[in-house]
Structures are given as structure tokens and as C-alpha cells.
Design a protein. Structure first.
Length: 169
């Protein structure tokens, strides 16, 4: 079980109930996902089961406010000890939690965990070309852009580039 405490947020392994609480208030950002999200209890249960099966190499944790409210999900994707790397991803529940520093602090806690607890040397992250907020967060922590995949994402009404970043110690 992962528990990482910050000033604004705590990262910890979701319980099934907390996972449902998060997805019940999730609203897809139309800039990141052209399809609206509709909560489905069975789908969330199945997703939770898959997450727990993959925990050793693809752990996901909840991003919680200090009062215990789940506001996001952070993924340590594809942990590879041979390559000494993993990928990092984050999603916040809705616009109520964006722009307040919660995601930034969650990323800071995750970076520290990857380098100092997992003892990995490289963190990969990606985002869409239009996701300026995420690009700023990545640059703030020293991630460098190493690859741009043109028109990678099909967003229905437009194509989006995929920007690949890396942070190494």
C-alpha cells in the first residue's frame, strides 16, 4: 500500500469505495476527451479489479484532499526495474480541483517516491500538444521534451500531437 502525504494532498492506494467516489464526480475535460463520461458502477468495479491485478508494475493511487475527499488518480505506469524507469500520469476529477496546486503537489510527491523509494533513474510522461497546463508542470519539475508524435490522438473534430517528456537523475 502506498501512502504519500503532502501539505495539500495525500496519495494513497484506493479502496474500492474511494475509487467509486472519484469516478462518480469525474467529468471528462472536453479538451482532453471528446466523449462525455457517464459513471457506470459495473465498469468502475471491473476497472478496480484490473488495477489491483496490475499493482506490482502499474500501481494507481488516489489523490486525496486532507479531509479524505478523492479528487484524482495518479498512475505509476509500466514500472521497469531493468530499464530503471516508469511512466507517470495524472487525472483530476473535474475543474473544481484544477489550477489550485493539487496536481502539482501530487506530481512532486510521485517524483520523490519514484526516485527515492522505487530507486528508479528515469520518469517518462506524455501529454497532448494543447495541454499547456500539463506542459508547464512537467517543465517546472525539469522534464525535457524528447519526442513529438504529430497527430497522434484522434479527438473527433481534430488531431492532437503527443508530447513525450523525460526526467532523469
Amino acid at each position: 500500500m502506498i501512502v504519500l502525504k503532502g501539505k495539500k494532498v495525500t496519495l494513497k492506494t484506493f479502496t474500492r469505495g474511494e475509487h467509486h467516489q472519484f469516478w462518480q464526480k469525474y467529468v471528462a475535460d472536453p479538451g482532453m476527451d471528446p466523449e462525455p463520461y457517464i459513471y457506470d458502477k459495473e465498469h468502475v468495479d471491473n476497472r478496480y479489479d484490473i488495477i489491483t491485478e496490475k499493482e506490482s508494475w502499474y500501481p494507481r493511487v488516489g489523490v486525496f484532499l486532507q479531509d479524505g475527499t478523492p479528487i484524482g488518480e495518479l498512475s505509476f505506469k509500466r514500472i521497469n526495474y531493468e530499464k530503471s524507469q516508469c511512466e507517470l500520469g495524472i487525472v483530476l476529477a473535474n475543474d473544481d480541483y484544477k489550477g489550485l496546486g493539487y496536481g502539482t503537489e501530487a506530481f512532486e510527491l510521485a517524483i520523490d517516491y519514484i526516485f527515492n523509494t522505487l530507486k528508479l533513474k528515469n520518469i517518462l510522461a506524455d501529454t497532448m500538444g494543447s495541454n499547456v497546463k500539463m506542459q508547464k508542470i512537467l517543465k517546472k519539475f525539469g522534464f525535457g521534451l524528447f519526442n513529438r508524435e504529430g497527430q497522434y490522438y484522434d479527438m473527433g473534430n481534430r488531431k492532437e500531437d503527443k508530447l513525450n517528456y523525460k526526467l532523469s537523475i
